[in-house]
Design a protein around this ligand. Structure first.
Ligand code: SF4
Length: 366
């Protein structure tokens, strides 16, 4: 018997007034992903992850100064508990792993501790040492620019209705006399195009708020290293133009005037939380893609194995999987027989899968 057909349900984005760096990043990878990002019905798929939790802890601790390493350890533990509570709330009733088991939690704690105790390298010193040989600060700045009110800005929310942009730069400061916008990253990684766009959006917002375009943009890592570039006004204007175009197309999709193009592939999809609801992905997905497995199928039956619920699926996609799959231990609500249902990020292979704490599910339209 032929498998049932997959009924596509494209995202229905809400109208967007302001483009954030994360929305532009999603847009650059895949238009459809940006649409899902703005779709209220897909909100349950946008959940905090373990790396984001580490970032929240690091940001909170980096914003303070401490007298001793013990004080830092106490603050790190308290912020980790707070982040864990957010994580547990996002994934309830599943139980996320304890902070000690989050990726790079211990390493980031070590790196942050070195930066927030007295006599450790300051933010400005890091910038100077990272760029000192290749970047010269202007000898003199107009007095009004040296004394701009309120700097440094730490995690100040900025938005501009005319530009249609919004964002929260981690830091805006004068480093060695140079107006600089910086974003802290807990992991390693290069200054990618996405990160450049993020910093250029912040630069555009700082220009509109402060009346002055930052001259430097940097990403700063928890180990004290930094990467950056000189900001050119043409580059800022270019990112403003691209964000405006994205907003325009997304709003056409929101009003039903235009569809959004999908870009399924091994580079774009593995990190996308909407795989479980994405028809183009499920029809393109190959077994050698490095991503958590995803399956969609018609629910044949449901039941319990001891205390653990299970569902049996007649698999519709991906087509290269065997037709029958039992998924055991879903924490989410059990679907009803006959529904089209998908599951992502489970363990196991062949005929039986086992849900993890971060397994996502999605009920498809009939
Ligand atoms: S799964 Fe892939 S194709 Fe689908 S929205 Fe995400 S990135 Fe785009």
């Amino acid at each position: 018997m032929a498998p049932p057909e997959l009924t596509s349900r494209p995202p229905r984005p809400a109208v967007v007034d302001h483009v954030s760096p994360s929305l532009l990043s999603a847009w650059n990878r895949c238009r459809l992903r940006a649409g899902f990002d703005l779709d209220p019905a897909a909100g349950s798929l946008r959940r905090m992850g373990l790396r984001a939790a580490v970032g929240i802890v690091a940001h909170a601790v980096l914003a303070r100064r401490f007298a001793t390493h013990e004080e830092v350890a106490d603050a790190w533990a308290a912020e980790s508990s707070r982040a864990y509570a957010l994580l547990a709330q996002a994934w309830a009733p599943a139980s996320p792993p304890a902070p000690q088991n989050w990726p790079a939690w211990a390493l980031t704690k070590h790196q942050v501790t070195k930066r927030v105790v007295p006599n450790s390298t300051t933010d400005s010193a890091v910038v100077t040492s990272a760029y000192g040989s290749s970047f010269r600060a202007p000898e003199r700045l107009p007095l009004s620019r040296q004394t701009a009110p309120g700097l440094p800005w730490r995690e100040r929310w900025l938005e501009d209705g005319v530009l249609g942009l919004k964002g929260r730069p981690d830091l805006v400061e004068r480093a060695s006399g140079v107006l600089t916008v910086a974003d802290f990253k807990t992991g390693r990684g290069d200054l990618t195009d996405d990160r450049r766009d993020q910093l250029l959006i912040y630069a555009a917002l700082v220009r509109s708020s402060l009346g002055e375009l930052p001259m430097r943009a940097e990403i700063r890592h928890a180990d004290g290293s930094a990467q950056g570039f000189a900001i050119r006004s043409e580059a800022v204007d270019d990112v403003v133009r691209r964000a405006s175009h994205a907003r325009s197309v997304l709003n056409d999709a929101a009003t039903g005037h235009q569809g959004l193009e999908a870009a399924p592939g091994p580079e774009t999809c593995p990190t996308c939380p909407f795989r479980v609801a994405c028809s183009p992905f499920l029809q393109t997905y190959q077994p050698d893609w490095v991503c958590g497995q995803v399956v969609v199928g018609r629910v044949l039956s449901t039941g319990r194995l001891g205390a653990r619920p299970y569902i049996d699926l007649d698999v519709v996609a991906p087509r290269w999987r065997s037709r029958q799959l039992r998924v055991v231990g879903l924490a989410q609500e059990t679907p009803t027989r006959g529904e089209m249902f998908s599951v992502s990020d489970f363990e196991g292979s062949l005929g039986t899968g086992f849900a993890r704490w971060n397994t996502l599910s999605w009920t498809w339209p009939q």
